[in-house]
Design a protein around this ligand. Structure first.
Ligand SMILES: CC(C)=CCC/C(C)=C/CC/C(C)=C/CC/C(C)=C/CC/C(C)=C/CC/C(C)=C/CC/C(C)=C/COP(=O)(O)OP(=O)(O)O
Ligand SMILES: O=P(O)(O)OC[C@@H](O)CO
Ligand SMILES: [Mg+2]
Length: 229
């Protein structure tokens, strides 16, 4: 197990609001992926988060909570990924919810476990865009500027290009690659096959695979080797 998120090339994102059988969960956790992320954009509660965490914890794989609601925060994860939605029209999703959480938990926090993700949501039709009130109809130049801001202005550890639910534009991914050096480049959205995982992994540092887990677990598992090479 390697807990250094800076070397992860492939991660699975499990949604606490979705059912997964024990057999499929075992296959996912033992697939050779670098980490399991727990997160979703709706229906995430403390109960379903705790349930999924305890099931993933049976396996020797790093387990990360991607925090989308303050109610689902719980100890027990290896790392806490905190999104800031760079292209939100609502300051709550850029710094507001994070401010509320740090006010409440600041004294308890182990900052070594906290990793901030600069999210750029590029699929206007996804739930995450709706939930965070993002201006997700972006040109290539818009996305590249958010990537540059993440690294050069805000020194964020992660820039996350989020196409949740749809396969992204490879030309955009290629251009983002060119402007990121120290900030880690996460790509997520619509990966349904080994070929797509391999294509995105040529440019992104870390490939995130989500929904296909629930539709075709075998196809999901094949993305691991494809992304990690
Ligand atoms: C108590 C305790 C254990 C404390 C530990 C200390 C600690 C780590 C504290 C953290 C403090 C902190 C700063 C917390 C942040 C709190 C918070 C609520 C932040 C908000 C972050 C934010 C802007 C969220 C919105 C971003 C977003 C929309 C993400 C969605 C990404 C995603 C999961 C997309 C996929 O969704 P899905 O449901 O799968 O969608 P589809 O159905 O379309 O596939
Ligand atoms: O569910 P998919 O479309 O694979 O996207 C993965 C991840 O980026 C969602 O936050
Ligand atoms: Mg999903």
């Amino acid at each position: 197990m390697n807990f250094d998120y800076r070397v992860w090339k492939h991660v699975f994102k499990l949604d606490p609001n979705k059912e997964i059988s024990d057999a499929d969960l075992e296959a996912i956790c033992e697939s050779g992926t670098d980490a399991i992320f727990v997160g979703g954009s709706d229906g995430v509660t403390l109960n379903n988060t705790l349930d999924l965490m305890s099931r993933v914890r049976k396996y020797a794989v790093p387990c990360v909570l991607e925090v989308t609601t303050i109610e689902s925060l719980t100890p027990g994860f290896d790392l806490y990924y905190i999104p800031t939605v760079l292209n939100s029209k609502d300051a709550s999703f850029i710094v507001g919810l994070q401010h509320d959480a740090v006010k409440e938990y600041g004294d308890l926090m182990n900052w070594d476990e906290v990793v901030t993700e600069g999210y750029c949501i590029a699929n206007p039709d996804c739930k995450a865009a709706d939930y965070s009130n993002a201006n997700a109809s972006l040109s290539l130049e818009d996305v590249v500027a958010y990537a540059r801001m993440s690294e050069k202005m805000f020194r964020l550890p992660i820039f996350y290009l989020e196409y949740s639910g749809t396969y992204g534009d490879i030309e955009v991914v290629k251009e983002v690659r060119k402007v990121l050096d120290r900030t880690r480049f996460y790509y997520g959205g619509g990966i349904q096959s080994a070929g797509q995982a391999r294509e995105m992994a040529m440019f992104a540092d870390t490939v995130v695979v989500g929904n296909i887990i629930y539709d075709n677990v075998q196809a999901a598992i094949e993305t691991v080797k494809a992304a990690k090479g």
